[in-house]
Design a protein around this ligand. Structure first.
Ligand code: PBG
Length: 330
């Protein structure tokens, strides 16, 4: 019979029920992680560059953790916003530093319902805003920074963190932190390596969120956006050093890197949909230029399709609600 297409792929798109039946990818709330900023002081503070996101406080944090747990999220990733910063970032290792206190409060509120995750990096704690300490010539001193990360890791584990997110991009950080934890009796704490973390303009709103003091940039330690192979190499190194999970960050502009890492990795691969990715959609949607919910869903399912097992996103709680209502994304 001529005149008829031999194959009609449109049949698989003919109704919502069929489309749902043949969807290749889906998300569940357990595979979403909510980043949470915690500042000192009593009142939560809206973040101007991230409409809808606030800096929480030790007082407001339990309610956020509880909401995240009831939404079925896999975890919360905590970032500290200290009042005082110094050259060494000493607040990071202080058990009474804001992040370590926040971990304790969150672990209490979570009560095992979700994982409590902590950012392990010095940039929020240093007065110069770099992710490590500086050598005399002003460069970021890799090995001196590792010694501090080791102490920071033990402090976070002792505060009750289930998982530490190593986001500083220092060479050897996974092995250094793993051995420090093992020696201190914290062999059970998970390590998430921000393996392929790119020097990105999309962190702009986050720097506002943590009141970053950085001048200059992070190009001597974060990856060059031009390099995909190097991102994959970093993930391989981190896996060899003992990372339990590796991550690509940002997500949207680096989906190719995510796919490469996911194809090779023996451990779970996560992606971080960062502040700039969030703010672009919120801002465009606020102007009525884009369908907010469809755009959010499309970015998340795209990240999943590219190979992410779990995703850090500022929309985690809202999207978990959609998923519970049985909505498909995109
Ligand atoms: C570093 C860190 C950054 C982000 C997460 N961890 C900022 C940076 O490297 O400049 C960015 C997250 C975001 O933009 O949402 N501690």
């Amino acid at each position: 019979m001529t005149g008829f297409p031999a194959r009609r792929p449109r049949r698989l798109r003919s109704s919502p029920a069929v489309r749902r039946l043949v969807a290749e990818h889906a998300l569940i709330p357990a595979h979403l992680v909510l980043p949470v900023f915690v500042r000192e002081g009593a009142e939560p503070q809206p973040i101007a560059s991230m409409p809808g996101v606030a800096q929480q406080t030790l007082e407001s944090l339990p309610a956020v953790v509880d909401e995240a747990a009831r939404a079925g999220l896999g975890g919360v990733m905590l970032f500290g916003v200290p009042d005082h910063r110094d050259a060494e970032g000493s607040g990071a290792c202080d058990p009474d530093g804001i992040l370590n206190r926040a971990i304790r409060v969150a672990a209490d509120a979570a009560a095992g319902r979700l994982t409590v995750q902590a950012d392990l990096c010095l940039d929020e704690f240093t007065d110069h805003g770099h992710c490590g300490v500086l050598a005399a010539d002003g460069t970021v001193d890799n090995d001196a920074t590792l010694a501090i990360y080791r102490r920071m890791a033990v402090a976070q584990a002792e505060a009750g963190a289930d998982l530490l997110g190593l986001s500083g991009m220092m060479d050897g950080q996974v092995a250094a932190v793993r051995s420090a934890l093992d020696e201190a009796g914290h062999a059970d704490v998970l390590l998430l390596a921000y393996s392929a973390k790119y020097a990105s303009a999309f962190y702009g709103p986050f720097r506002d969120a943590v009141a970053s003091t950085l001048t200059g940039d992070r190009r001597t330690y974060q990856l060059d956006p031009a390099n995909g192979r190097e991102g994959q190499f970093e993930a391989v190194l981190d896996e060899d050093e003992g990372a339990d999970i590796v991550m690509v960050k940002p997500a949207g502009p680096y989906l190719d890197v995510l796919t490469r890492v996911a194809e090779r990795s023996a451990v779970p691969v996560w992606a971080y949909q960062v502040s700039g990715e969030y703010t672009m959609i919120e801002t465009a949607a606020a102007h009525g230029f884009i369908d907010r919910e469809r755009a959010i869903g499309e970015t998340l399912i795209g990240i999943r399709r590219a190979g992410a097992d779990a995703i850090l996103t500022y929309w985690a709680i809202e999207v978990a609600g959609w998923l519970r209502d049985g909505r498909t994304l995109g």
